[in-house]
Design a protein. Structure first.
Lengths: 515, 487
């Protein structure tokens, strides 16, 4: 009986490995990678399902690279990459360039006065501020009729899903086009990273500040995540919010954003992945023709500190006009760690679906939470980061109960081997998830670009599943015992606190209203 | 004639392209744009079973997956007001409550071992049950799907869990200002008691019984109430045989009548929700829109794109890029399938520019008459819709979804094909006409959710302000939030 089940397992293993390697073989035939002379990597994946394609430009710089005192700069530049170029978005670029230089001069005079700790002259400060605003008004005359010209071109040409993101680890840009716009895309996307123009910078900075208010300042969960992440990292820049601190947002300049671009938007730091109904033999020369124009520059030094071991538990408790939330995180190594796949297996076991241990314990059996899960990648995963757990208590239950219930599940993980059925489930799901991720141009472009950038080999997308396949029960216990210890933990909690009385001058809330 | 001309243009571009093969364009206008190759997306096969079940089969052999979804007439808007939340509970317990022969937990184990999913859900006008599996697991997973479709057990222990989840949602609904604004704006547009706006409350959730769920299933889940779509790596003839075998003996049910949903928009005016823990105001200007059956739908689509759509739109360019007042801004005349959508302008801005921003939105509306959408804006909006049109049907799954929606709402199955031609015909006059027809500032309500102590000016500078009390009606003793007490 035993030998038969072992045989079955071996058979399942062979079959499933076969499935993944079949996928890999199929993609080998359809993927072409080329490193251009300037160092930029291009991946083209042929997926002839419909005459459309998606791309993803991956830049290996995120908010971890923000200079000290200028947090939010990586994200700010991402916004500026939609503001056009010397040829797109200006009535007269030479005139505009001169006017923008004056804006920077005026701004730097204003900031120098603003930040004086002694002998600040308020009259002068007002004058400097006005001079800066006047200079902006002058510069805007060149671009005002062409506001958002770059986006207008992309949209009117049929661009779909134009967007970008910045996180701690990297910055990405994406949209989709019909295939007859491949060359137009190659022109626009390369042009954007050859000569971006920092026009309307300070208005866009206001937009970003509104983004901060929306995501963080005016949202209790946003406030919790910021305080929690800040507390979790003492040394590593992961402690800083990607969107930036308010003071920094009100301080950095267009010159700072340009400098960030010059340093980090270097071809050798970029991967462009294109997926769709294209033939690499025809598409690669077009992509190369345009992207080769980006001048080669030295790869930036992105070395950063390694977070030292945490020696005692840290706690952040926010008293909010909001219902309670419980969150905790444990330091773990970066994605290159040989245990990376073990953490993935733990994530799946604890969090995936109604068979997951946290759902079954906290939601189904104890009935104390509406949701609970555990996962890696907080706030990023390029550097050593956190494996985090959270639980959302249902009315009448407290964060402490969440902690207790999560810790009980962690102890089980440390002390008992997971079952054969669970291990098999994790591995089957990893393969199925991979297959499900292969059916869209957008998803493929994102993943191929990311894995190429992270491992210098897109095949790692497939190999990562094979690594999960090799995870053992002993691995899971070992990694759980190593990682989930109290001294290595940071806790973040929202406790409900009723609002204070209405502030003076506000409209009192009457009974009734429209309801 | 027009077609020949555009073909000739395309040909000219092609030639230009080949001449310049190695030349680089200096400006974007110089980049050649060849004609897009003809594309005829695969159309699903439509079958009506003798018992009235409508089936769409869409083969897609790219990946070894098979997905199916059954959409069943009857949803939240048919639920009596004193049981609001019933369709949400049903949508969850239909799955978690298992079948007559297997508990939901047993189904979880069975499906997860195959990385497969069978899920159910409740919506406003329908409920759904779907599956997703690797094709080799179809026999196993389809069996679960059919069993759950026909023989759900709706076990009581899972009803308790679903109710607790809803209580949790109710308790948290005033935590996020964006959520408050969206909810209250919907109430202003449709009326607080409208089935399109009302929210589950502790009392209405507690009032839902197992008998209600059983009765719901008996009333609505009949083959003649179901549209089933299947997409994936299968052979249509074999799938058809499988479905006929599974469902042909299922008898027709009594026809159901969809709810008649009254709409009582709030009296136009200024409405305010105080939120003292924020530094940003959520602002809505709201009214009622129309449906997609409206012959003006095409002109409205062009208007929406030009006025409040993407990067190119007026709202984005003026409010966000030029004035720097908002990160999130947008709006337009809403169109739903079978009832009026919401007309809305939405933005969030720092407390200190709240009133300024309302004036800025007002100005955008007045400008529609003074500076109507221009030829340039119309061209860009139409180009944007037409050039990206292919993304509406660039995968077999998307084509299937479109067709299922047309079937469900009684639209012609070639609605999408006609849409393209109709957009091309929209004129500047059409756009100005629909803007004038649907947007009446004096019939709209302004909603602000924010921290009044920080506002640039009191809201009362806009006129009378109606304060909205969002206090959550507390649960009856022993119902929610009282530990292990059960309803």
């Amino acid at each position: 009986m035993k030998s038969r089940s072992v045989f079955c397992c071996v058979l399942v293993f062979i079959l499933s490995t076969l499935a993944v390697s079949q996928d890999l073989t199929s993609f080998e035939k359809r993927i072409t990678v080329k490193k251009l002379d300037n160092g930029l990597t291009v991946i083209i994946c042929e997926r002839p399902e419909a005459p459309v394609f998606s791309f993803f430009t991956h830049v290996d710089a995120g908010s971890v690279q923000d200079p000290m005192g200028k947090t939010g700069l990586a994200h700010m530049f991402e916004h500026m990459a939609f503001k056009g170029t010397d040829k797109i978005g200006s009535r007269d670029y030479d005139g505009e360039r001169a006017a923008l230089a004056k804006v920077e001069e005026a701004y730097s005079a204003y900031i120098a006065e603003r930040d004086k700790t002694v002998n600040r002259d308020e009259t002068k400060l007002k004058q400097f501020e006005q001079a800066w605003k006047d200079a902006i008004a002058d510069a805007d005359k060149f671009s005002a009729p062409y506001t958002n010209e770059f986006g207008k071109i992309v949209e009117s040409q049929g661009g779909e899903g134009m967007n970008a993101f910045t996180n701690h680890d990297e910055t990405g840009y994406n949209y989709s086009f019909p295939t007859n716009r491949l060359e137009l895309w190659a022109y626009l996307e390369s042009e954007r990273f050859i000569h971006p123009v920092m026009r309307q910078f300070y208005k866009e900075r206001d937009v970003v500040i509104e983004e901060r208010r929306m995501r963080t300042d005016s949202n209790p969960v946003g406030r919790l995540l910021e305080q929690f992440t800040t507390a979790s990292f003492a040394a590593h820049p992961y402690h800083r919010p990607t969107v930036g601190w308010m003071w920094d947002l009100n301080s950095f300049s267009a010159t700072d954003a340009q400098n960030f671009f010059d340093k980090y938007y270097v071809p050798s730091n970029m991967v462009v992945a294109v997926v769709g109904d294209l033939k690499a033999s025809e598409a690669m020369p077009i992509v190369e023709k345009y992207f080769s124009r980006i001048p080669a520059r030295p790869k930036p030094d992105e070395a950063t500190t390694i977070e030292p071991p945490q020696r005692s538990e840290r706690r952040v408790v926010l008293h909010e006009q909001a219902q309670p939330i419980y969150l905790e995180g444990y330091h773990r190594p970066d994605y290159h760690s040989p245990d990376d796949a073990v953490y993935d297996a733990i994530t799946d076991l604890m969090s995936s679906g109604r068979t997951s241990r946290l759902y079954r314990a906290l939601v189904r059996d104890k009935q104390i939470a509406s949701d609970s899960a555990g996962f890696s990648g907080m706030p990023g995963n390029k550097y050593p980061h956190l494996f985090a757990f959270y639980a959302i208590p249902i009315p009448g239950h407290k964060p402490d109960e969440m902690a207790e219930a999560i810790h009980a599940e962690i102890e089980r993980l440390k002390k008992e081997d997971i079952s054969d059925a669970e291990l098999k489930m994790i591995k089957t799901r990893a393969k199925a998830n991979l297959i499900r991720s292969l059916g869209s141009n957008e998803g493929l472009a994102f993943n191929l670009g990311l894995f190429q950038a992270r491992y210098e080999d897109w095949r790692e997308l497939f190999h990562s599943v094979e690594r999960i396949d090799k995870v053992t029960k002993a691995d899971i216990r070992r990694v759980a015992n190593k990682t989930f210890v109290a001294d290595n933990r940071t806790v973040g909690i929202i406790e409900f606190a009723p609002p204070a009385g209405p502030p003076p001058g506000s409209v009192p809330a009457p009974q009734g209203g429209v309801q | 004639m027009k077609r020949i001309l555009s073909w000739m243009f395309a040909f000219a571009f092609l030639l230009a392209g080949s001449v310049q093969l190695l030349a680089q364009a200096a400006t974007w206008e110089q980049v050649p744009i060849p004609a897009l190759p003809a594309f005829h997306p695969p159309q699903p096969k439509r079958i009506v079973l003798p018992n009235g079940m409508v089936v769409f089969l869409q083969e897609d052999h790219e990946l070894p997956l098979i997905d199916g979804v059954a959409r069943i007439r009857g949803g939240g808007r048919s639920v009596p007001a004193n049981k609001t939340g019933l369709s949400d509970i049903y949508g969850e317990v239909w799955r978690t409550g298992g079948t007559k022969t297997q508990t939901g937990d047993q189904l979880d184990d069975f499906l997860e071992q195959r990385a497969a999913r069978v899920e159910t859900g409740g919506g406003g006008d329908s409920t759904t049950i779907s599956w997703s599996c690797l094709k080799d697991d179809l026999d196993d997973v389809f069996k679960v799907f059919v069993d759950l479709l026909q023989n759900p057990a709706l076990r009581a222990d899972k009803i308790v869990i679903a109710q607790k989840g809803l209580y949790d949602g109710i308790s948290r609904r005033n935590d996020d200002p964006g959520g408050i604004a969206s909810r209250e704006a919907t109430k202003l547009a449709y009326g607080a008691n409208s089935a399109y706006a009302r929210e589950p409350e502790y009392a209405t959730v507690a009032a839902v019984t197992r008998e209600d769920l059983v009765k719901w299933h008996q009333t609505y889940v009949h083959p003649n109430n179901i549209i089933l779509g299947v997409v994936g790596d299968f052979d249509s003839a074999a799938m058809e045989a499988r479905l006929r075998q599974a469902f042909s003996s299922w008898p027709k049910g009594a026809p159901t009548k969809d709810a008649d949903v009254p709409m009582n928009p709030a009296k136009p005016g200024n409405y305010f929700v105080e939120k003292t823990d924020v530094n940003q105001s959520n602002i809505y200007l709201v009214g009622l829109g129309t449906t997609r059956k409206d012959p003006n739908y095409y002109a409205i689509s062009v208007f929406n794109e030009a006025f409040g759509g993407g990067f190119s739109s007026r709202l984005f360019s003026d409010i966000r890029s030029t004035k720097g007042l908002a990160y999130a801004v947008g709006g337009g005349i809403g169109t739903s399938w079978d009832h009026p959508g919401m007309l809305r302008l939405i933005m969030s801005t720092k407390s200190q520019s709240t009133v300024e921003s309302i004036h800025a939105l007002d100005e955008e509306l007045t400008d529609l008459a003074k500076k109507p959408i221009t030829d340039d804006e119309i061209k860009r909006a139409k180009d944007s819709i037409l050039n990206s049109f292919i993304f509406r049907f660039d995968s077999p799954g998307k084509v299937l979804q479109e067709k299922m929606a047309y079937e469900f709402y009684g639209y012609p199955l070639d609605f999408l094909e006609k849409y393209q031609a109709a957009i091309e015909k929209v004129t500047k006059e059409d756009v100005a006409r629909v803007a004038a027809k649907y947007i009446h500032r004096d019939q709209m309500s302004v909603l602000v959710v924010g921290n009044s102590s920080e506002f640039d000016k009191p809201l009362s500078s806009l006129g009378t302000v109606n304060n909205i009390d969002i206090t959550i009606p507390p649960p009856l003793p022993g119902i929610a939030g009282i530990g292990s007490d059960q309803p």
